[in-house]
Design a binder for this molecule. Structure first.
Ligand code: NAD
Length: 419
């Protein structure tokens, strides 16, 4: 059995999440799977809570065979032959993480990635998406409240706090139940995307008691009075160039070779945008710089770009914002951004570590799923070749690097490494 350790997160002071909770580690130890814990000053569960369950605290994950973390491990921490599980953010060939991928290869190490753990239907089984959706929607609405107060317009959104300033989801729900968004300035929110993040954002709209309006009727120009939200998926904002019907599989396969964005049809009908779809350069952009200029008068006040594709689908997302500096405002004409909230253009919230604002809830959810994978990971037989591994199929498919070699499904990453 591999020796295992829960790594500390090091990305920044907000990264307080923990891949496993003390209760999960206690259960694993009881079942014969001993997981040690790297000391951390900022983890949402303090060292004492792991001491209480008799876990062994260590100063470094260097000597363990299996290292369990959340964000990318430090490049130089990867030891020869070590096995890591993390969000490596490498599968799109992200240039900033190619040194990390190269390190796994050079060290003959093994990388499992949470992002690539999918069930037989291709759906991800372990993710923080719901919490990103919740925190992202709350922060977006909170910013909309601030923006409206700058022009002396009233809305109950002005009673919101930034997500990080709430204790937990329970407290958020209780406060939201007291608010009435039908008073004051109408809030018309469009959520784009129906995945984990989109559904998390939708939960927030329900807690705020916003009625849901059918997107088809919005597209037909029926804009109800008062505050509401609507949800658009890829089919509502893209059309086939040849005039044929939208087909999701075809859209995913061919992207902008066969589809164009029709997002402009929705502009002017909503004032808060919450962007959540998966996107790569292969797909049409919803708002490029030119269309941002053309459509200047119809742009939403606030854009919560939870997808956070920099210079991507929404070209006003020039950078990721941060939990400390959550908003910037995009100057459409100058194509520049200025930190803070103002009416000089759409204000963008593009925090890229949103689940950290809900560290405890998010960690508990994540750990409840991860703990079931840990025995399979600890039983990994490193004496076997990749082809002969007898591993849980979801974990097998998620292997990006095995003992220093890109696995067959991820060989395409080679071209990014050589750049
Ligand atoms: N800002 C943050 O802190 C944060 C945190 C988690 C996730 N995210 C990002 O949010 C985005 C959505 O995450 P999710 O968990 O909701 O993903 P998901 O897989 O659950 O949903 C993806 C959504 O995008 C749509 N989509 C459009 N084209 C697609 C394609 N080619 N392939 C797959 N889906 C496609 C899907 O229909 C679905 O509505 C991702 O870009 C993710 O990186 C951001």
């Amino acid at each position: 059995m591999l020796s295992a350790v829960l790594r500390k997160e090091h990305k920044n002071q907000w990264e307080r999440r923990s891949a496993l909770t003390p209760a999960a580690i206690e259960k694993l130890i009881t079942n014969g799977y001993k997981v040690d814990v790297e000391h951390s000053d900022i983890r949402v569960f303090d060292d004492g809570s792991f001491n209480n369950i008799a876990a062994t605290l260590v100063d470094s994950p260097e000597h363990h065979q299996l290292v369990i973390g959340i964000k990318e491990p430090p490049v130089d921490s990867i030891q020869p032959g070590q096995v890591h599980i993390a969000f490596s953010h490498t599968i799109k060939g992200q240039s900033y993480n190619m040194p990390l991928l190269q390190r796994f290869i050079d060290q003959g190490a093994t990388l499992f990635d949470y992002e690539t753990i999918v069930n037989e239907r291709g759906a991800r089984t372990i993710a923080f998406g719901r919490f990103a959706g919740i925190a992202g929607a709350i922060d977006t609405f909170w910013i909309a409240g601030i923006k409206l107060s700058q022009i002396n317009k009233q809305t109950d959104l002005q009673r919101l706090k930034q997500t990080k300033d709430y204790t937990n989801i329970q407290e958020i729900k209780e406060q939201f139940a007291q608010l009435d968004l039908q008073k004051g300035e109408p809030i018309r929110a469009l959520i784009v995307g129906t995945g984990n993040v989109g559904r998390g954002a939708e939960e927030v709209c329900r807690w705020l008691k916003l009625p849901k309006i059918d997107i088809e009727s919005i597209l037909l120009g029926h804009i109800p009075e008062g505050s509401w939200y609507a949800v658009a998926s890829s089919r509502h904002i893209n059309a086939r160039v040849d005039g044929g019907d939208f087909e999701y599989d075809n859209f995913v396969a061919n992207g902008k070779e066969e589809y164009v964005s029709t997002f402009d049809n929705l502009l002017g009908k909503f004032n808060v945008l919450i962007q959540t779809p998966y996107w790569t350069e292969k797909y049409p952009k919803h708002l490029d710089s030119d269309r941002l200029v053309e459509q200047q008068q119809k742009l939403p006040w606030v854009i919560g770009d939870i997808s956070c594709d920099i210079d991507g689908s929404l070209e006003c997302t020039k950078k990721a914002s941060t939990i400390d500096e959550p908003a910037f405002t995009y100057n459409v004409v100058e194509q520049s951004v200025k930190d803070g909230v103002s009416w000089e253009g759409p204000t963008v919230m593009s925090i890229d570590n949103l689940p950290c604002e809900l560290s405890k809830d998010a960690s508990e959810h994540f750990s409840a799923i991860l703990k079931n994978y840990i025995p399979h990971l600890m039983d990994l037989d490193l004496s076997k070749s990749f082809e002969d591994l007898d591993l849980h199929p979801e974990l097998y498919r998620s292997l990006i690097v095995y003992q220093g070699k890109l696995t067959p499904n991820y060989k395409y990453l080679k071209k990014f490494l050589n750049k």
